[in-house]
Design a binder for this molecule. Structure first.
Ligand code: GAL
Length: 431
């Protein structure tokens, strides 16, 4: 990625992330049991995700192909529920868990979101499988720290690492607006004249979709304006939500929303990113699952599209990781174990991540066949400060994210102002 390498190192950011995990509750859940280790019905496995279509489904399919090879006697049942970032899946999952109708395994983000399921005693401890599958030596210690609860247990098997703070751009649209398509911008303030130029040229300056994608955009503005420490402080209590710095960041968010497409609330992320691919929009801020959409449509990096960290965030890696769980009472625990084993395997991680736009959670996977973007993301992951994504479960529990999403939605639909948004976001976090 065209990002400046930072000296900051990973440790401080990860320590802060660990804090968000540890800070979410002292009760480890104590669901007990050995996670079904050693058996259970392996005839099938229902895998619950939100990777239902397009490049996300292609990623899942690549993983399933490895699964079918490794576990030919276990039938894969696709329990995917459409809606980016789990916008529909998570509610449905909650209903199923509460009525004791769990899938055999489900997708959950590392960090605060996972802690929710642990606190509710809805998922099993999979520490022994983590070890058995060889992850203890293969997953970087900083990610292991993130997955480990205060009492030393691990409750999910990580499949990948995504970055949330990326701008995707159409060089032709930028050139048509009189901009240098190679230009980078060091702050939101510096980016605004470029957005204005694209808008003046008649294209959409910044494409966005429904509420969760607006929250994804907002988190990157907070990262940019507050810096890594200030942003991390929003989640560990050291940054005051009512400070003028937060007000200024929300004003910047307001300004950016003024450059977006008016049909945004009816669009999910693939539609918003597609506007850049199709040349209707100059820029789109989206996590790097978007890379998979560009690749899937044979777009060539540096020619058909460019990418760079959201202005002002080159030194930050907006971190999120998907992982898979073993729910308490899973009907086919043997099938779930088989799935987790494939997720953990080098072959599974290579096939899945190459198609998904992410980087493997294992650090021993050969990346030479991965895209230019993915190779740069792996380098950035090793050098930038890791900061937790809000929109994707790393920074805050699901209930907090839901409240923030409602507040953002009210704001961007014109029913509230910056002061109300600021107050409601602070209340969502501080209770
Ligand atoms: C994230 C998830 C990614 C990707 C994205 C868009 O929450 O971690 O894997 O699927 O949502 O749906």
């Amino acid at each position: 990625m065209r990002s400046t390498r930072l000296q900051t190192g990973v440790v401080a950011g990860v320590a802060a992330l660990g804090l968000t995990l540890a800070g979410c509750g002292s009760d480890s859940g104590g669901s007990g049991g050995d996670g079904g280790s050693g058996g259970g019905d392996a005839s099938e496995v229902e895998v619950f995700t939100w990777w239902a279509a397009g490049s996300e489904k292609a990623g899942l399919d690549a993983l399933v192909a490895v699964f079918d090879e490794q576990h030919p006697d276990t039938e894969f049942i696709n329990g995917a529920v459409a809606g980016g970032a789990g916008s529909a899946a998570k509610d449905l999952l909650q209903q199923r868990l509460q009525t004791n109708d769990p899938p055999d395994t489900f997708q959950a983000h590392a960090g605060a979101e996972l802690q929710d399921y642990i606190d509710a005693a809805q998922i099993e401890d999979v520490s022994s499988q983590f070890e058995e599958f060889g992850l203890t030596d293969a997953v970087p210690q900083d990610l292991i720290d993130l997955l480990t609860t205060e009492d030393g247990a691990i409750y999910s098997i990580p499949s990948n690492i995504h970055r949330s703070n990326v701008v995707w751009a159409n060089p032709q649209v930028l050139q048509d607006a009189g901009l240098d398509p190679e230009a980078t911008y060091s702050s939101i303030d510096e980016w605004i004249p470029a957005l204005q130029a694209v808008q003046d040229s008649g294209a959409t300056a910044l494409s966005v979709g429904q509420a969760w994608t607006q929250v994804n955009l907002l988190e990157t503005v907070l990262m940019s304006d507050l810096g890594a420490d200030g942003y991390i402080g929003l989640w560990d209590g050291s940054t005051d939500w009512s400070s003028p710095e937060v007000t200024a960041a929300l004003e910047d968010f307001d300004t950016l929303m003024g450059f977006t497409n008016t049909d945004r609330d009816g669009l999910d992320w693939p539609d918003a990113t597609q506007q850049v691919i199709d040349g209707q929009a100059g820029f789109n801020v989206m996590g790097d699952w978007a890379e998979a959409a560009f690749e899937e449509q044979d777009q060539v990096a540096g020619e058909d599209y460019t990418y760079f960290p959201v202005p002002g965030t080159a030194d930050q890696f907006g971190f999120l990781a998907d992982s898979f769980t073993l729910p308490v009472g899973a009907p086919h625990p043997g099938g779930a174990e088989a799935w987790l084993e494939t997720v953990a395997s080098p072959e599974g991680q290579a096939a899945f991540n190459q198609a998904k736009g992410s980087i493997p959670a294992r650090s021993d996977v050969d990346l030479s066949d991965f895209s230019e973007y993915q190779q740069s993301a792996a380098e950035d992951f090793a050098s930038a400060t890791i900061v937790p994504s809000l929109a994707h479960g790393a920074a805050a529990p699901v209930a907090t994210l839901n409240d923030i999403t409602d507040a953002v939605s009210k704001f961007t639909s014109g029913s509230s102002d910056v002061a109300t948004l600021q107050q409601e976001m602070g209340a969502a976090v501080n209770g």
